[in-house]
Design a protein around this ligand. Structure first.
Ligand SMILES: Nc1ncnc2c1ncn2[C@@H]1O[C@H](COP(=O)(O)OP(=O)(O)OP(=O)(O)O)[C@@H](O)[C@H]1O
Ligand SMILES: [Mg+2]
Length: 301
């Protein structure tokens, strides 16, 4: 483990009785990067985050967050990190401003800094005109922005976001990711989980987790390139049923007015194009396809 990193862990493990929720996890997250943590329900993402935030004691293994040993000094870690929990944790019966003031006290934001921090988080998350709104009446996307505002109050160097865009519409998701990039540009390290594989393209590094173990790691582009066997193609024209019948086509689905297919063998693309009178162009796999393969659910496995 290195203190230079924003976050690192060695053999981090959490057991609940006989059940191993997080199994010997080694993490390395560079400062000022966005680290995406992906895995199916129950993979162990929230458990890992709770250990890294000093909220849950590891069964074994170690972790350093912003240079501080989480197992030994969890309180010091809590002061350096921001944590946006998977479950909305603010008060619905308080206004936006009341929530911000309440949590500023909880996070021990010094009184003299309060004015600046409040103004900063409100402008960063674009909530200035909502301060008097009752939190419970906010749309999902705006609630999540408020939760982020609260997580930013005490100027954390490392920010943990546990499914910040769950249940949020595509436009608001995009706006949320613009915010994450802005925080990264300001030097914050962002550790984020999501079930939206398209969002993971925003990350510098992505880790796939399955049943508590890491089953893939790398920048999105490298992960896609690594899984590219040249057998995925885009087909323009032709008839779906005829293509589906063709033994050279292992898998095919419509993508707008075209088809996305996986071929038995890349070398058969030209013959397929000729026989069906279609255009066949190679495409790299999507991150979703790479993820499904990594967790052993990919077609052809
Ligand atoms: N306090 C606990 N006691 C017993 N088992 C637990 C406890 N907390 C979590 N688990 C189990 O550990 C596993 C991992 O849970 P965790 O919440 O970390 O998954 P996750 O990857 O965050 O899933 P999701 O995508 O649904 O949020 C699950 O099987 C869960 O039931
Ligand atoms: Mg979770």
């Amino acid at each position: 483990m290195t203190a230079d990193l924003a976050l690192s862990s060695e053999a981090l493990t959490k057991r609940f009785g006989d059940f191993v929720a997080v199994d010997q996890l080694d993490l390395r997250v560079e400062r000022g990067t966005i680290f995406g943590f992906l895995g199916a329900n129950g993979a162990g993402k929230t458990t890992t985050i709770r250990m890294l935030c000093g909220l849950l004691a590891p069964t074994s293994g170690e972790a350093l967050v912003d240079g501080v040993d989480v197992g030994r000094r969890p309180e010091e870690v809590k002061a350096r990190i921001g944590y946006m929990a998977q479950k909305f944790a603010l008060y619905n019966d308080l206004t936006v401003d009341e929530n911000i003031r309440f949590f500023a006290d909880v996070y021990l934001v010094p009184r003299k800094k309060m004015r600046d921090r409040r103004a900063f988080v409100l402008s960063t998350t674009g909530l200035e005109d909502r301060v008097k709104t009752l939190t419970g009446t906010l749309p999902a996307g705006i609630k999540q922005r408020l939760a982020l505002a609260v997580a930013l109050l005490h100027e954390p160097r490392v920010l943990f976001l546990d499914e910040p865009t769950a249940g949020v519409d595509p436009l608001s998701r995009r706006a949320f990711w613009r915010l994450i990039h802005q925080l990264k540009d300001q030097g914050t390290t962002v550790f984020v989980t999501t079930h939206h594989l398209d969002e993971a393209e925003n990350c510098d590094q992505v880790l796939f987790m399955q049943a508590g173990r890491a089953v893939g790691l790398g920048p999105p582009r490298a992960l896609r390139a690594g899984a590219d066997r040249g057998d995925r193609v885009r087909i323009t024209g032709g008839s779906g049923p005829a293509l589906r019948e063709d033994p050279r086509v292992l898998e095919i689905y419509a993508m707008g007015s075209r088809w996305h297919a996986r071929l038995r063998h890349p070398a058969e693309a030209a013959a397929l194009a000729r026989d069906h009178g279609v255009e066949v162009l190679p495409v790299s796999p999507t991150l979703e396809e790479v993820f499904l393969e990594a967790i052993g659910e990919g077609a052809g496995r």
